[in-house]
Design a binder for this molecule. Structure first.
Ligand code: ADP
Ligand code: MG
Length: 469
């Protein structure tokens, strides 16, 4: 076979394999991702047995290898390649590939758009997309803001975007959807996702290892900074200063910053005022607990994603009984899915479902029923103080500890809002948050306090890990 005929044959095979591969993709998201990845291929060569897929940069070779090697191989075989066909992906600087396959439009765009080789500090979950996010009254404003931000990163009015709300309500999902969407649309932008805790740790390490300059350069060269759970910044003055400077540098350069937190900026205790006012300077949106209809829609979407054949009545049962947060709803679906795959003929009556989801439902019940007063009483009893002292403003340590511990447990184990908790303690929001924070910090080092907490939450039927979210 001469070189030319190999080229034609391999080009044909590659085109067929690619078409087969794309036809197996179901969602628009998968298709556009594949298009983007294939756009990074500069050519294909073959020696008749193995195929070498050449890419425009080494990152693209890694990405393709990781994401598509397996699936592409099956497509090659379906397209007529020998079952022992081998595929390799490599970056070839001076390749003059015999077959150049990129779609003309894509290659045109790419020639103007260098692919960013920036690697996010923490990976984005490819499943956290806008398409997978169910929109409802509880999150529609946050969703719209996130979408606007993904459409035109850095746009005035949406920078920074600050999303806040309780645990498991979709903050991380929405934030990563912004990142995934921007990456799909604009391969040249450096998108970086990380939690504030990771930022803090990297900062501390860079101080220790005298690599602070590298650290700064890295975070100031980003186009889109997604920083999750910023309440962790409260942990240190130094890191706040560092973040403030990073923040300013990025904002001045019109780079997009997105943040999430469990509370609104103004309720972030121990955070410097100038940081809080910077956080409030763009767009602040809250995600609230989903209503029954939204819960049901989320369950339908998740069941579909898991390829789970489950009757609507069962989803309704879950939406009715698991309300605290979406993560718990996913847990419920997971349990049902395990049972269904073990016993496909099982009819999911409410009795059967109650049985399968017993633990989760019990937890919801206690979560719902546990009152702040019960918590205050139990803690007061344990510390041998009176209820009046718990509710007072006395600042003796022997009173402050039980008071703050009661605040901490109320925040973690009830579904009461911050406002309700503040009322029950006759204190301001910020005082409650400060109390919760203080206990959280002390629990890291004080074993005795941890034991007391363990004892009290166990008496309510919980595990200490339930308070660690
Ligand atoms: P948070 O960061 O607010 O604690 P996550 O973003 O981690 O919450 O969400 C928890 C889980 O619930 C994730 O698996 C996420 O996909 C899912 N989830 C939350 N809200 C929605 C929604 N509206 N639509 C689809 N999935 C959701
Ligand atoms: Mg989160």
């Amino acid at each position: 076979m001469n070189e030319k005929s190999i080229d034609i044959a391999s080009k044909d095979l590659w085109e067929r394999a690619k078409a087969i591969f794309i036809s197996t993709l179901v969602s628009e998201q998968e298709k556009s991702q594949a298009e983007r990845y294939f756009g990074m291929i500069s050519g294909v060569t073959s020696d008749g047995y193995s195929f070498r897929i050449l890419t425009m940069n080494s990152l693209a070779a890694d990405l393709l290898q990781k994401e598509y090697a397996e699936k592409l191989k099956s497509s090659f075989i379906l397209a007529g390649a020998d079952p022992s066909v081998e595929l390799s992906f490599m970056y070839d600087e001076d390749s003059r590939p015999p077959i150049v396959t990129p779609h003309p439009v894509v290659s045109h765009q790419l020639s103007r758009m260098p692919i960013s080789t920036f690697e996010s500090t923490q990976p984005l979950d490819p499943n956290y997309t806008f398409e997978e996010f169910v929109r409802g009254p509880s999150n529609s404003y946050a969703y719209a803001a996130a979408e606007a931000c993904a459409m035109s990163p850095g746009k005035l009015g949406y920078n920074p975007l600050f999303i806040h709300g309780g645990t498991g309500l979709g903050k991380t999902h929405l934030m990563q959807a912004i990142g995934n969407s921007i990456r799909t649309k604009n391969v040249s932008l450096a998108v970086c996702y990380l939690t504030a805790e990771t930022f803090l740790n990297e900062y501390i390490n860079s101080m220790k290892n005298s690599t602070i300059t590298e650290f700064r350069n890295k975070y100031r060269s980003i186009d889109v900074l997604l920083i999750d759970d910023v309440q962790f910044l409260a942990k240190g003055k130094g890191v706040q200063e560092e973040f403030f400077n990073t923040f300013n540098a990025l904002q001045q350069a019109h780079k997009q910053i997105v943040m999430t937190s469990d509370v609104a900026p103004k309720n972030l205790p121990l955070l410097e005022d100038r940081l809080i006012s910077r956080f409030e300077g763009g767009m602040v949106q809250e995600i609230e607990s989903p209503s029954y209809e939204t819960r049901l829609a989320i369950l339908r979407k998740k069941a579909e994603g898991m390829n789970l054949k489950i009757p609507d009545s069962a989803l309704e049962f879950i939406a009715d009984n698991i309300k605290s947060h979406v993560r718990a709803m996913e847990g419920a679906l997971g349990k049902v899915s395990v049972v269904i795959s073990a016993e496909p003929k099982l009819i999911l009556t409410n009795e059967v479902l109650s049985q399968i989801l017993k633990n989760l439902i019990e937890k919801e019940q206690t979560l719902k029923n546990l009152s702040i007063e019960e918590i205050q009483t139990a803690v007061a009893k344990k510390y041998n103080v009176t209820m009046a002292q718990i509710l007072s403003s006395e600042r003796t340590q022997s009173i402050v500890t039980p008071r703050q511990l009661a605040m901490f447990i109320s925040r973690k184990l009830t579904t009461k809002s911050l406002k309700e908790i503040a009322n029950a303690f006759d204190k301001k929001h910020a005082t409650i948050l400060h109390g919760v924070k203080s206990i959280t910090q002390r629990l890291e080092t004080e074993i005795e306090l941890k034991n007391v907490l363990d004892e009290i939450v166990t008496s309510f039927g919980y595990k200490i890990s339930d308070t660690m979210d």
